[in-house]
Design a protein around this ligand. Structure first.
Ligand code: NAD
Length: 439
């Protein structure tokens, strides 16, 4: 495995697609849900005339068993994707897997409560066996998916694999309450994210994050190698991209500075994801992790205050040139705020938060991802709530408007960059995102 990065590596120019066109194949490795990052990339691929093929994570029946989509679900998912979906469930992680007759990790956690979780011990041999079962299930299904995919790709096509999988929080009842305390708990309700990592529960969760967020990319690279060789032997090209997160450079006090959402325990898995891209790159395979800005999606809503990193994009848009699009966007965002407040006030609130001395230790690139602290959570969650309260409607937020622009811009950047990527790990910061949006 590669050594840890010492600083971020920003994408600095806006690259053009020179490889992919009509009839080439775009494979989405993850299921598409509304407003997620993948929608921007799929739009870019479709605009270039590519055909889209997707997969499904499958669904669970009442007993918890994983199943394929019903024909109705399948049709709806294909409609949503605008492409064919190979209907073999590719749910990753081992939280619901177990050897015949044994308990799966979610069942092993059933005796855990909000009171005993820190001392709650797991049988690690059993966890290992569950992980082996989960890996065997996933790789076997992926082998079948690759066989089908191979038959769907005629000679003469280029192929773009886009990995989007991230997750792995087990569905143990007590964990929801614990997660709420860790991501949102202020004052007496604060719970340190380090205490989670110190507990068996946290160690299990980190393993499952690794499986879903990172190792699936490794399996994809491995199990698509025969297909890759066939495509390349025919004189065509194959690319792999994945969505990473490792902080973002945003405008703070008039300068672009690296910052991060805290606490992002998934960060260990995201660094492992970077490692898979680096290893593939070293072997001559063009695989790139694009570390993307913080936006609000179904998956990121658990991270209270993540949008504080996003709001300064409004300032970046002015710094990178402004113009009519930017003026209209500012006006649209202003109209979402209460009459007695302004975008300038929102941005000042975010700026004061990001420049507060208490936040500075969290903005050190090395040592990421850092555990939270009571003071930091109080500021992150408190500032987030203050800004929500400045809106007319708590369900129509400036950060939602900005999120949808960021996913469009990153879609174009990732798509363009994949033709001739600069390296295995690249950061899409607010400067380059703003420049794409300004056009
Ligand atoms: N939202 C952000 O702020 C942000 C920032 C940087 C990177 N990202 C990354 O972008 C990618 C897409 O996330 P998003 O925020 O758009 O949310 P999303 O909910 O749209 O996407 C999550 C993806 O993970 C897949 N997934 C979840 N659990 C899975 C499991 N157990 N097995 C297999 N697949 C599973 C889903 O099918 C979906 O494709 C993720 O890799 C995420 O980490 C998000």
């Amino acid at each position: 495995m590669t050594t840890a990065m010492q600083h971020s590596i920003p994408l600095t120019s806006i690259p053009e697609n020179t490889v992919f066109g009509k009839g080439d194949i775009f494979v989405l490795f993850g299921e598409l849900f509304g407003r997620g990052y993948a929608t921007g990339l799929i739009d870019a691929a479709k605009a270039a005339g590519m055909d889209v093929i997707g997969i499904t994570v499958g669904r669970r029946d009442d007993t918890g068993a994983l199943r394929a989509l019903t024909s109705e679900e399948h049709a709806a998912a294909e409609d949503n994707l605008g492409g064919n979906i190979i209907n073999i469930p590719l749910m990753a992680g081992f939280d619901m897997d177990a050897p015949e007759g044994g308990q799966n990790p979610t069942e092993m956690l059933s005796g855990m409560t909000l009171d005993n979780w820190q001392e709650f011990k797991l049988d690690w041999d059993q966890v290992d066996r569950c992980r082996e079962v989960g890996t065997a299930r996933f790789t076997q299904s992926l082998g079948q998916v690759m066989e089908q995919l191979d038959g769907m790709i005629p000679e003469g096509r280029n192929v773009f694999f886009a990995h989007t999988m991230a997750g792995g929080i087990p569905r143990a009842k007590a964990f929801l309450a614990i997660a709420n305390r860790i991501y949102k708990g202020r004052g007496a309700r604060h719970m340190s994210s380090q205490s989670l990592l110190d507990a068996d529960l946290g160690k299990l969760i980190l393993q499952n994050f690794d499986e879903v967020t990172a190792i699936t990319f490794g399996h994809l690279l491995d199990l698509s190698s025969a297909l890759r060789e066939r495509i390349e032997a025919g004189g065509n090209q194959v690319r792999y991209t994945a969505y990473g997160y490792h902080g973002t450079r945003v405008l703070i006090g008039g300068e672009y500075k690296w910052q991060t959402y805290t606490s992002y325990t998934q960060g260990y898995a995201k660094m492992r994801l970077e490692g898979f891209a680096q290893d593939a790159w070293d072997k001559g395979v063009k695989a790139t992790v694009f570390n993307c800005p913080e936006i609000r999606t179904n998956s990121s809503d658990v991270f209270a205050g993540i949008e504080l990193s996003l709001l300064p994009l409004l300032e970046a848009l002015r710094k990178e040139g402004g113009g009519e699009f930017v003026d209209d966007l500012w006006a649209q965002c202003q109209s979402m705020l209460k009459d007695d407040t302004s975008i300038e006030q929102v941005l000042k609130t975010v700026g004061d938060y990001q420049q507060n001395p208490a936040m500075q230790p969290f903005y050190e690139f090395t040592g990421w991802p850092k555990a939270n602290s009571a003071e930091q959570v109080d500021m992150t969650v408190g500032t987030s709530q203050d800004i929500v309260a400045m809106h007319k409607d708590r369900k129509a937020l400036v950060s939602d408007v900005l999120s949808s622009h960021v996913l469009d811009a990153t879609g174009q950047l990732i798509f363009g960059s994949a033709s001739d990527p600069d390296g295995p790990v690249l950061w899409l910061d607010h400067d380059v995102v703003a420049r794409v949006l300004i056009g």
